[in-house]
Design a protein around this ligand. Sequence first.
Ligand SMILES: Cc1cc2nc3c(=O)[nH]c(=O)nc-3n(C[C@H](O)[C@H](O)[C@H](O)COP(=O)(O)OP(=O)(O)OC[C@H]3O[C@@H](n4cnc5c(N)ncnc54)[C@H](O)[C@@H]3O)c2cc1C
Length: 354
Amino acid sequence: MYYQLNPLKNDKKQMSPAKTWLSNRLYKDVFSVTYHEPMSEHTTFRTGGPADVYVKLKPGSPYDRDKLAAAFADLLRYARDSGIPVQIIGGGANIVVADSGIRGITLDTRIDDGAAHPILADYGAVLNVYAGIRSDAAADFAMENSLSGLEFLAGLPGTIGGAVWMNARCWGKSVSDVLCGVDILDEDFKLNFEPFSAGEWAYKSGPYQDRKILILAASFNLKPDDRGAIQRQMAGYRLEREQKGHFRYPSAGSVFKNNPDLGKSAGKIIEELGLRGARIGGAQVADWHGNFIINTGGATSSDIRALALAVQSRARLSMGIELEHEILFIGDWPPPPPVLNLTGRNFNWNLSEK
Ligand SMILES: Cc1cc2nc3c(=O)[nH]c(=O)nc-3n(C[C@H](O)[C@H](O)[C@H](O)COP(=O)(O)OP(=O)(O)OC[C@H]3O[C@@H](n4cnc5c(N)ncnc54)[C@H](O)[C@@H]3O)c2cc1C
């Protein structure tokens, strides 16, 4: 979701009624509110400017589906009626928030671990998971209940809501491969269960990317299996992520999607372009993984965007390949920098390479 409105920042006329509503009307036992919250504390890149209004679930909020749905619906309806934009986030593991921050309300859906609950059914097992639980914790919960199917989420940063929205894919398996349905607050803030429909899903893409809805929970088709075997597979996935350097520096994982039509991965293409180690400011293409941009310390979101755009531009100019960003640029971004328009030798002007 990208919003152009700027209704709250420096706008006392609108800020004041919004603050009054938030302090009087908001479900206080469910949410807490802060103002000018630094988004660098809520993104895995560790960058991003302030969110005007930051609403999050209170620690220890119980998982009560109907109550959460009512609380979210109330807030979203108020925001729509007042013309205030809302940015929903999960774990902030796939987003780059503008250095100037996010206008309006940023709604953090995360909840404490332990909120997943299984619903056992005759045909196997369906696990219904609140969207704000960490994907890794949901995988653990399934394993503890000897249910196989979510192993691929072990070690994946972010929440179930974000994984469903993105149709996250790890180790050759996508969320859509195990999804049986999603509870959403729809465009009219009504709670609906939407059964999985295969035609709406594809590689790293799903139906919610084009809709203004809130994912409240997701249900997965799992199979009873040997707990030890599930646990061993998950441990292997976590170890491999560690060994591949996923957590060495702040990042948001893969920057570009892997388009199967290109015949090679985005990381390989970037490596062939000689861009491993390329750097703008504190942002760097990891020298061990072409498709990772890392924050080496002190990077701004603008550094990250400039580098991602420069890599994309280089692939286009040198190889005629269009790399598609997987990371999402969120918040109050200025127009892209002029480096995009530079060609040939000039292109290197802003890009220092190892
Ligand atoms: C080290 C590292 C490794 C990674 N490896 C992988 C990988 O192997 N495979 C992979 O697919 N990804 C990977 N990622 C990216 C990231 O982990 C996934 O995309 C993850 O699913 C994002 O979840 P999130 O909760 O952080 O979403 P966010 O980044 O917070 O949000 C992403 C999008 O989802 C929307 N959203 C989130 N929650 C909700 C909700 N409840 N309702 C409606 N919309 C919502 C947001 O509005 C936003 O548009 C990696 C990231 C890192 C940092």
